[in-house]
Design a protein. Structure first.
Length: 233
């Protein structure tokens, strides 16, 4: 195997190892995001497009070289003068060309798979961070709403207690005023009854005096009448 294909094979094994690491279930996307966003990987990530372009160009050259060798050794016609060793050597070279072609296919495939996996891991980490921030914000909003509701209930309860105390005070004052009005009404009834009794006694006394006056008037008339008869005689 030449140096370039040794490098390609080593790169393929490295890609397989990277894919295996990225697919480990016990390493979360947030941890991968912290690793990929570290200072070391930040320098690589800033020039990732350049590195990817260089690797893609190098792999593309090797890919066309593998295709060229496959076509070269597969289109060679077998002549009667070729020995068995020559045919075996040609078949071996064809096999190596096919092997290199398949290595290049897997290398290309894993190169795009790794790039896609890294992009998905970073997106998942971003979504997980946003989800966690949303959950935390919702939790804080819920706690704030519960606290406001508790304060509102406390204020409502204090207002209800204050209103109830005010109503009780007003009720007590109204009861006191009602008692005072009742007492005054009783006094007025007693005064009215006493004034009525006095009026009745005054009326009786007046009737008695009127009767006595009438009797005296009759007696006076009788006295004056008898005296006038005597003068006439």
């Amino acid at each position: 195997m030449s140096i370039q294909w040794t490098l390609i094979a080593s790169f393929l094994y490295g890609e397989i190892a990277v894919v295996g690491l990225l697919l480990l279930p016990f390493i979360s996307s947030l941890r991968w995001a912290r690793i990929l966003k570290s200072r070391l990987f930040r320098l690589i990530r800033e020039r990732i497009n350049i590195y990817f372009g260089i690797l893609f160009f190098f792999h593309l050259i090797c890919f066309f070289d593998a295709v060229r060798e496959m076509r070269k050794y597969s289109s060679t016609e077998v002549s009667d003068h070729d020995t068995l060793s020559t045919e075996l050597q040609r078949n071996m070279r064809l096999f190596r060309a096919q092997r290199n072609f398949h290595i290049m296919l897997f290398t290309f495939f894993l190169l795009f798979v790794i790039r896609r996996l890294v992009s998905l891991i970073l997106n998942q980490a971003t979504l997980a961070a946003q989800c966690e921030a949303s959950v935390l914000q919702a939790r804080r909003a819920t706690e704030t709403a519960e606290r406001l509701m508790q304060e509102k209930e406390r204020q409502t309860k204090s207002l209800d207690d204050e209103c109830a105390s005010n109503l009780n005070n007003e009720t007590l004052s109204l009861k006191e005023e009602l008692e005072q009005v009742k007492n005054e009404l009783e006094h007025l009834k007693k005064d009215r009854n006493s004034m009525k009794a006095q009026a009745e006694s005054v009326n009786k006394e007046y009737d008695r005096l009127v009767k006595e006056y009438a009797k005296l008037q009759e007696e006076l008339d009788m006295i004056t009448g008898s005296s006038s008869v005597k003068k006439d005689e």
